[in-house]
Structures are given as structure tokens and as C-alpha cells.
Design a protein around this ligand. Structure first.
Ligand code: PLP
Length: 455
């Protein structure tokens, strides 16, 4: 093999199937190989520096190279590198993590089940709804309503919950008993002259209509991200969740909060549920739980769900669900240390201090000729690029304007995320004011490049 044939890029192309990648394009384009990271910065294998404007995949809350987390992993690895939770077994990191999580959890959460990813957490949520409604003596109450554009993962049930066409097309999804309702998407969903409150009322009425069409006795739960992330960072309009929850309560339908992105400070509170007045029956969390240094997720449930699970266990003889790596001690130890660091370093206070800078710089992008909408909260946000600001006309999808804009950003040393023509920002929570300004300075250059390229 010659040198080019043996390059890391060629070896990657020869051997790896990349998630969320156009596999055909990858054969010629190849990978961007990230070699190391420190703070909010990462470097590729040619030494180029980037601000990681997405904290990886909305997850590396403490940035890269946080020694306290590395130490926690090494220490636990030496002491007990693996143990499991099957058949009454436990380990100290999982006990500590469960206690810590429940102490800060949204109101009403009383127990936690550990898994390894957001997808596994949400798949478990679906199974729990089925299991629990059987225990509650209402076996017909099995449907779960999710939202178009919502993102909940890629395993069979969680991909079914996800409301993005590419996750269903040709995978023969969604499975039965999963339905999708409208997303709260003020920029494209609000009618002229409508206030946010009125829009929220209309969405709640539409949800009620749908529940009545399905038959309320068949609908078990509604799942939503407090702020929809991968669907384009869609921030709910005023009053949305209280109005939605009033409908759910009326028909005894459970509320599942998918806090996989919002959890642990992203919106300026510990949970998106606090920011948006959500009172969940169960919560999925992952990503920032361990600053993404190791994979771990959790499903927290209230007593009503847990009591029903106990009844099933009594009847069947076991709770026959769980993963080899549920509450993996090394992952749990890193998660415990992450939660400790959040307190020790006053991360919530820090987020509240710098988030006005982030939101101000984001809003300023609204003056740019390509930017139709700007939205965000806390340390997460997006701009939506449009062909015509007055009419909100979108670009021809074939032009891949968002993807090209994100390529221009890379040239200016910034990693952001294109979700169709919305560009997302979700930096590590430890980002400083100066780094936020630098991130947007770089992005403004990318926007100008995009404008020259597209016109
Ligand atoms: N839920 C939300 C809100 C997410 O954003 C994601 C991933 O981005 C998931 C679930 C799935 O998580 P994972 O990729 O860890 O399976």
C-alpha cells in the first residue's frame, strides 16, 4: 500500500461505517479526524484548532481534558473496572449516583434505572409504559405520542419516537403504537397576528383533538424535549408545556420529559423541566450526566410508575429488562464526579452569567441577510438560514446551504451543526465570555462566506 493508501483518512474510508453520514460522499470526502482537545478547543490531526461550538454532540459540558473526570475514571477503573446490577447486585458508584441524581431531579422522581445512551433510555421508557399500563389493568392504553421533528434516538422504539423522516425512511419505522403530533415551532408554525400564548393554546387544542381521535383510553404517554435539539433547536412558545400538560392530565396520559440535551444546566436551570414548567412522570437523561466522558444514561420515574413495576415483578418473578452495562461503575463514578463538579465549580451560576452574552450574540446574527430566525435559551441556540427573509422562503434543499455554511465555519476554526438550514450552537457549559465572542466572530465570517457563495 502506498502512503496515500495507508493514510488515516484512507484507513477510515476502508473500514468504518459512520453514523449520520452520507456513506457514498464519505468514500471520496473522507473523515475529519479529531486528535485532541482542551477546554472548548479541539485540534485535528493536521494541527488545526477549532472551537467545539456543539460540545461534540450537545454533551461535553466540561469541555475536553477535564482532569478531575479523568482521575475519577482511572481511580474507579483500578478499584472495580466492571460490575453489573442484575440479580440484586450493586456497586457504590451507582448508589451514589442514584442518590445524587434523585436529590436534584425534577419534582416527584423517586427511582432511577441506568442505561448507556439516550436511545436506550427512551427505548426503556416505551417498554415501561407498556409494562406499567398492563400492571395498571388498562392493556389498551399503549400509544405514545411524540412530536414531528422531535429527536429521541435511533434504536427501534426510540427511532420511532423520533419525528424526522430520515430516521424512518427505509428502516420500516415507526413501529405500531407510536404517533406524531405538531412540533411547537414558532417561526414556521405561528399564524400572522397570533401571540405565542395563542399559538400554544392552538397546539394544545390540536393535541386534544388527536387524543380524542385516537381514543384517550388508548394513549399512554406524550414525550417531548423541553427544547427540541436535533430538530433545529426549537424553543417552546410561552405557556406551551402547562397547556399541553393540562390536556394530558385530563385524559390520564403520562408526560415523559426527554432531558437528554437540556438536563444538567443547558437552559440555565438544572432541568429544562424547570425552565418550562414541566411536571414529568418520568425523565430520560444522558449526555451531560457524565460530560459525555463515558456513556451513561438514566430513566427516572415517579412512585406511580415504580409501584406498578413492583406489581409486575411480583407477578412475573423479575423485572426482565436491563443492560450488561447498566450503571457501569466507571461510567457511574465519572457521572458522580461530574455532578460534584457542577456544584464545586458553580456551573449553573456560570451558565447564568455567560448566557446573556451567548443570546445577545445569537440575536445579533438576525441582522444578517441570510438569517430568517434566531432562537435559543441558556447556552443553546440556532439560526435558520432562508432564501428570502420577508417570505421565510427556504433554500432549495439540494443546495445544502446549512451544510455548506458549517463547512465555511470549519475553515474559520469553528465546529457547529447544520440541521438542514439551521445552524446550532451548544458549547461546553464551561465556555467563557471571551470564547463565546470568539465563537460568534468566527461564525459571522462563515455566514458572510455563505452569502457570497449562495448569491
Ligand atoms: N434524546 C435526545 C433529546 C437527544 O438529543 C438524543 C441524541 O442526540 C437522544 C435522545 C439519543 O441519545 P443517544 O445518541 O445517546 O442514543
Amino acid at each position: 500500500m502506498n502512503d496515500i493508501g495507508n493514510s488515516p483518512s484512507a484507513r477510515d474510508i476502508e473500514s468504518i461505517i459512520h453514523p449520520y453520514t452520507n456513506l457514498d460522499v464519505h468514500r471520496t470526502k473522507g473523515p475529519m479526524i479529531i486528535d485532541r482537545g482542551k477546554g472548548v478547543m479541539v485540534w485535528d490531526d493536521e494541527g488545526n484548532e477549532y472551537i467545539e461550538g456543539m460540545a461534540g454532540l450537545w454533551c461535553a459540558s466540561f469541555g475536553f481534558g477535564e482532569e478531575a473526570l479523568i482521575d475519577a475514571a482511572v481511580e474507579q477503573m483500578r478499584k472495580l473496572p466492571f460490575y453489573h446490577q442484575f440479580g440484586h447486585k450493586s456497586s457504590m458508584p451507582s448508589i451514589e449516583l442514584a442518590e445524587k441524581l434523585l436529590a436534584i431531579a425534577p419534582k416527584g422522581m423517586s427511582k432511577v434505572f441506568f442505561a448507556n445512551s439516550g436511545s436506550e433510555a427512551n427505548d426503556s421508557q416505551v417498554k415501561l409504559q407498556w409494562y406499567v399500563n398492563n400492571a395498571l389493568g388498562r392493556p389498551e392504553k399503549k400509544k405514545i405520542l411524540s412530536r414531528i421533528k422531535g429527536y429521541h434516538g435511533v434504536t427501534i422504539a426510540s427511532a420511532s419516537l423520533t419525528g424526522l423522516p430520515a430516521n424512518h425512511a427505509e428502516f420500516d419505522l415507526p413501529i405500531a403504537n407510536i404517533g406524531h403530533v405538531d412540533m411547537a415551532y414558532p417561526y414556521r408554525g405561528m399564524e400572522p397576528g397570533e401571540t405565542e400564548e395563542e399559538y400554544s393554546t392552538r397546539l394544545a387544542e390540536l393535541l386534544e383533538q388527536r387524543i380524542l381521535e385516537e381514543g384517550p383510553e388508548t394513549v399512554a404517554a406524550f414525550i417531548a424535549e423541553p427544547v427540541c435539539g436535533a430538530g433545529g433547536v426549537l424553543v417552546p412558545p410561552a405557556g406551551y408545556f402547562p397547556k399541553i400538560q393540562a390536556v394530558l392530565k385530563k385524559y390520564d396520559i403520562m408526560m415523559i420529559a426527554d432531558e437528554v440535551i437540556c438536563g444538567f444546566g443547558r437552559t440555565g436551570n438544572m432541568w429544562g423541566c424547570e425552565t418550562y414548567d414541566i411536571e414529568p412522570d418520568s425523565v430520560s437523561c444522558a449526555k451531560q450526566l457524565s460530560s459525555a466522558y463515558l456513556p451513561i444514561s438514566g430513566v427516572m420515574v415517579n412512585d406511580r410508575i415504580h409501584d406498578a413495576m413492583i406489581e409486575q415483578s411480583k407477578k412475573i418473578g423479575t423485572f426482565a429488562h436491563g443492560f450488561t452495562y447498566s450503571a457501569h461503575p466507571v461510567c457511574a463514578a465519572v457521572a458522580v464526579r461530574t455532578l460534584e463538579l457542577m456544584e464545586e465549580r458553580r456551573i449553573l451560576e456560570h451558565v447564568r452569567e455567560v448566557m446573556p452574552v451567548m443570546q445577545r450574540r445569537l440575536r445579533k446574527l438576525g441582522d444578517h441577510p441570510l438569517v430568517g430566525d434566531v432562537r435559543g435559551v441558556g447556552l443553546v441556540g440556532a439560526v435558520e438560514l432562508v432564501a428570502d427573509k420577508a417570505t421565510k422562503r427556504a433554500f432549495d434543499p439540494k443546495k445544502m446551504v446549512g451544510a455548506n455554511c458549517s463547512e465555511f465555519a470549519v475553515r474559520h476554526g469553528l465546529i457547529t451543526r447544520a440541521m438542514t438550514d439551521s445552524l446550532g450552537f451548544c458549547p461546553p457549559l464551561v465556555i467563557t465570555e471571551a470564547e463565546i465572542n470568539e465563537m460568534f466572530d468566527r461564525f459571522e465570517k462563515a455566514l458572510d462566506d455563505t452569502e457570497h457563495w449562495v448569491t
